[in-house]
Ligand binder design. Structure first.
Ligand code: E4P
Length: 214
């Protein structure tokens, strides 16, 4: 199992590193915009502290533009994974990057058929969004189960599944039960995962009882 921090915020990323569970970082244009930095500066800052894969997303939607942008991003650091929105030209670009040994993440996956195409194009990662599916009353974690099942049926598929758009701890636990490979988790959900009310009650009771020590 790998855990990534789903953030471009350096404090959140550092928290993941301190906890020993930052195997990588995923960003997207929305997360970068929140930092107030340029894409290049934000990605450089993240790569200066993270050894694992750092996912940086292209904005172009045509194959040549995606390829050019992805090559520029890949120059920033050896651990860059070029993140490409799921689309026809995106798949063409994935094939080109794969042929050159550049890692890719096909993002905004909302169906198993999209995941199959991305995997066959050679994507290192496919990135289904569970929270956004739940938002439209479609079961996000069931999609993960389906993709895991299909990929397991075909051992030649080497793409790793990154569970994304995680909004609560169940979005981690349910896909973990079926063997998803990677979980990209926002800082707030990492904090929620630490907590259980019975743990807090237990700590308080032990501290109270410790006052009775002789
Ligand atoms: C990560 O790669 C995705 O861009 C991110 O998890 C999307 O999360 P959201 O649906 O909460 O914006």
């Amino acid at each position: 199992m790998k855990i990534y921090v789903d953030s471009a915020d350096m404090a959140e990323i550092q928290n993941g590193l301190d906890l020993g569970l930052c195997d990588g970082v995923t960003t997207n244009p929305t997360l970068i915009a929140r930092t107030g930095k340029s894409m290049t500066d934000a990605i450089k800052d993240i790569c200066s502290v993270v050894d694992g894969d750092v996912h940086a997303e292209v904005l172009s939607l045509d194959a040549d533009g995606i390829y050019k942008e992805g090559k520029e991003l890949a120059k920033i650091s050896d651990n860059i994974v070029v993140k490409i929105p799921m689309c026809h030209d995106g798949l063409i670009a994935v094939k080109r990057f794969t042929d050159e040994g550049i890692k890719t993440n096909v993002t905004l996956i909302f169906s198993t058929s999209q995941a199959i195409l991305a995997a066959k194009a050679g994507a290192s990662n496919v990135c289904p969004f569970v929270g956004r599916l739940d938002d439209i009353s479609s079961a996000g974690t069931e999609l993960i189960h389906e993709i895991v099942t299909v990929f397991d049926n075909y051992p030649e598929i080497t793409s790793e599944i990154i569970v994304a758009s995680i909004r609560n701890p169940l979005h981690v636990v349910e896909p973990a039960l079926v063997g998803a490979h990677i979980f990209t988790i926002p800082g707030g959900v990492l904090k929620q995962m630490e907590k259980h009310p019975l743990t807090d009650i237990g700590i308080a009771a032990f501290l109270e009882d410790a006052k009775k020590f002789t």
